[in-house]
Design a protein around this ligand. Sequence first.
Ligand code: ARG
Length: 467
Amino acid sequence: MADDTTDTKSSNQMWGGRFASGPDAIMEEINASIGFDKKLFAQDIRGSIAHATMLAHQGIISADDKDKIVHGLNTILSEIESGNFEFSRQLEDIHMNVEARLATLIGPAAGRLHTARSRNDQVALDFRLWVKEELEKTEQMLTGLIAAFLDRAEEHAESVMPGFTHLQTAQPVTFGHHCMAYVEMFGRDRARVRHAIEHLDESPIGAAALAGTGYPIDRHMTAKALGFREPTRNSIDTVSDRDFAIEFLSIAAIAGMHLSRLAEEIVIWSTPQFGFVRLSDAFSTGSSIMPQKKNPDAAELVRAKTGRINGSLVALLTIMKGLPLAYSKDMQEDKEQVFDAAESLELAIAAMTGMVRDMTVNTARMKAAAGSGYSTATDLADWLVREAGLPFRDAHHVTGRAVALAESKGCDLAELPLSDLQAIHADITDKVYDVLTVEASVASRKSFGGTAPSEVRRQIAFWRARN
Ligand code: ARG
């Protein structure tokens, strides 16, 4: 697709009636949005076909003109799709590029298409349609990511790993449980996406410039034709609202934050020091100087994309925050933010789904790490509460002394001889060793939502039924 065409100093053919001359070159440059809003061509044409059809149905234009318009618009659609359309910067945006081409194709009937509408409701329509499709795509992609996690969780419902708080070993958990934490996060993201689709499911077309129109239009008809639940209720709000774009960016920012935390974990887990997971060559890169290196670049880039998405959210919030009602040209700056964030989010979800399915999990490394750092100390304290009748606070103190002793001897809790443990508290018996293994620790945590393999399987079943 060629971008710009020739220069001319004549006034704009769409709105230039009261203008003696054309714009300064810099005016044209700052004003034009065709460079990015040409992405909306399919939505623009769909919207125009629905509008023209409604106009004819209401007797506002003739059936003959409508047929010409619809035929011309379909021709333009295939021209653009096949790359045979010349976009012009002088024509500012996608709306006027399409309409000008329509005039060339069908003559004066083209001039009737813009009856009872404005670019203000037209752009609100095109952009909503685009965001709606993007949300639907995001919903599907999140479903794919959740499915990948469910498979890995099932595979590793019993694989023990260290659970962390403050990135310090806390208590043993299962890798399946850890995977299911992400299923919860991406499940919430998907619920937000569905909610946002419901929110934006109102048709803006027919709000016209801001006040509605005197023509006897049928906004319910266009809403239905375009797949919206109903028309918007207030024409002023309709042309000045970009909440749907901001909601998309907010959802993208929250999902991006989740993806970034996961990316960070993959970066940490794949270090030789941790060695919990290994990404195959398909998801790693090498170093141009250090031959031994294998870097998790995809995870790092997912982490970075989140920064971009956050930037887009803040940009659009800032663009909108001071605008008086209704439309102002500032709002033209909404699209690039959303397009860029959508591209980043799609890439990040796709790369992450690939990595989750790709990574090899080193269960031996995870299990060894799970046992280090006195991760079963809480199990010892719980045993003292249960078997020796100690109040939890006292049990905590006794356990703390056992940990200090093990630390001074450079061994694990389970390696302390019984005589040492009994010197700390006389009621300890050799039964205590049963709870000091990581498997026993994990299996005991059967509380609802806990890390026991039986609970993890229950969580998996819950999500399988919803995915
Ligand atoms: N290109 C414009 C945009 O993206 C379309 C709406 C123009 N409306 C106007 N009143 N100048 O916002």
